[in-house]
Design a protein around this ligand. Structure first.
Ligand SMILES: Nc1ncnc2c1ncn2[C@@H]1O[C@H](COP(=O)(O)OP(=O)(O)OP(=O)(O)O)[C@@H](O)[C@H]1O
Length: 470
């Protein structure tokens, strides 16, 4: 068998243990390159990619390799040696924008940003100094994006992540990271022209430049930028002209080793834009932000509270973070309300009762009875897993344990039948549920760690329920 067949066999095994998004991000870009005496060589796009695989997927890789090549199978990585050699297409150079034509920074014709009172033209960075790496809390949910962002910031003119695309749902810190890159570079390399711009602003500038027949000036002006930070590129969708102009600009900047970082509310593959632009956006690294686990959310809230000089008791922080599950901006909303309250009452007024009042404006489900969903989320959070894993077919020890504990707790806290519980955990049959419950009961007798975990989980479930409040 050759390397391609072996790798395809590995992929089949891997697909069963990782979710589709992670599969697409971490395994689809890998290329098998050689097979020699039971050693499979795979090529990964860059070093961080390799480090991430080693840290997060080593077991999955090992299992798949054992299956495909037997116990003596070994894996060798190779970093893609051609990554830096991508050239801008001839069409760009034919467009009258060769690198020699880039005007010097002092000329800056067509500066689209109005800076009142400025006599000497310059590039305004549009950065908000409040967003830094120092106040960005790292967790599993964001560590790839955060580390890639820091790598770009450390070495903007030679980064292999060009472009870096940070994607994720609303309010998860995309703009924060984008701005942190800009702030860091402005401090470390003050000679570099950094520009933060939203895609909407870029489109508006383009529209007005078309009206005044100065589109070339606009594009030339943008070519002065050393680090271009573009927020919300999903706004390129359905904007054909903006896509055309951005395409040319992107090519020229990248050709000149200027760093480009973009944010998007969805993975690039799902972005409905021209193929040529989408494929260029995929040249670098795409890193996603997902919702932080409970502990990380608590660290974020604590950090924001201390910036605002507000003291929030630990159980109140946990209560708030348990309920705010989807958006860090909402956590800040709750905090702002507490800050207002503090103005009137002082720190001592901040308790569970007040937190519950404030939370009512943000989430609808407080103080409801315990549902299987609450239990699954609590257990998944505790073991730092995606909830989906609990109903998947994964046999990883940690997942199996979390699944068994969830089944046990659902049986304890709700009146669901064994059959119904089996159905909600990936259509397992009732004897599996019974076996899981018995296993957990046995473990509670014999294993102190599990006993402690269950006590902690039951406490968290009660907090989720709002017990002790009112
Ligand atoms: N890991 C984190 N550490 C500290 N603060 C965070 C973190 N993640 C998000 N935040 C905060 O959450 C708020 C929302 O983040 P941000 O504006 O960057 O979200 P976004 O992903 O760009 O959202 P949108 O899609 O709505 O633009 C910000 O105030 C940011 O500081």
């Amino acid at each position: 068998m050759d390397h391609t067949v072996i790798w395809n066999n590995c992929l089949q095994t891997i697909r069963q243990s990782v979710d589709p998004q992670s599969f697409q991000t971490w395994f689809a870009p890998i290329k098998p390159v050689a097979l020699q005496s039971n050693e499979l060589t795979i090529q990964v796009p860059h070093r961080l990619f390799y480090e991430w695989l080693e840290e997060h997927y080593i077991e999955v890789l090992k299992t798949s390799l054992n299956k495909a090549l037997g116990k003596s199978g070994r894996l060798q990585y190779r970093i893609n040696p051609h990554r830096q050699e991508v050239k801008a297409p001839a069409s760009v150079l034919a467009n009258g924008q060769p690198t020699e034509a880039v005007p010097t920074r002092n000329v800056a014709p067509g500066n689209p940003f109005v800076i009142p009172g400025m006599t000497r033209p310059r590039i305004p960075s549009n950065l908000d100094p409040n967003y830094t790496f120092d106040n960005f809390i790292e967790g599993d949910c964001n560590s790839l994006a955060r580390n890639a962002a820091k790598a770009v910031a450390d070495n903007p003119s030679q980064t292999s992540f060009n472009p870096l695309v940070i994607h994720g749902n609303v309010g998860l810190g995309k703009t924060h990271l984008l701005q942190a890159i800009g702030n860091y570079i402005s401090k470390k390399f003050p000679e570099k022209a950094v520009l933060y711009v939203s895609t909407d602003t870029f489109t508006n500038q383009l529209v007005s430049s078309i009206g005044s027949n100065t589109t070339n000036d606009l594009v030339n002006w943008y070519q002065n930028v050393d680090v271009l930070l573009v927020d919300d590129i999903q706004q390129l969708v359905k904007r054909k002209k903006t896509q055309d102009v951005f395409f040319n600009l992107f090519n020229v900047l990248r050709q000149n080793n200027k760093a480009i970082v973009m944010t998007c509310d969805r993975p690039i593959i799902e972005l409905d834009i021209e193929d040529r632009l989408r494929s260029r956006f995929q040249w670098g690294l795409s890193a996603d932000l997902s919702m932080p686990a409970l502990e990380t959310r608590m660290a974020i809230l604590n950090s924001k509270a201390s910036t605002n000089s507000v003291e929030i008791p630990a159980e109140v922080v946990e209560f708030i973070c348990f309920h705010i599950q989807h958006n860090i901006r909402q956590l800040e909303g709750v905090l702002n309300n507490l800050v207002l309250h503090k103005g009137v009452m002082g720190n001592q007024g901040i308790d569970l009762k007040l937190a519950k009042e404030v939370l009512k404006n943000f989430v609808s489900e407080i103080n409801k009875e315990v549902t299987p969903d609450v239990i699954q989320r609590t257990v998944a959070d505790y073991y730092d897993l995606d909830v989906d894993k609990l109903s998947s077919s994964t046999r990883r020890r940690q997942v199996v344990l979390a699944r068994q504990i969830s089944m046990f707790l659902v049986k304890e806290y709700t009146d669901q039948s064994l059959k119904a519980i089996g159905r909600m955990f990936g259509n397992r049959d009732h004897s599996t549920v019974l076996y899981s419950i018995k296993t957990v009961k046995d473990l509670m007798e014999t294993n102190d760690e599990i006993k402690k975990a269950l006590a902690e989980l039951e406490r968290k479930i009660r907090i989720g329920q709002g017990e002790g409040v009112l």
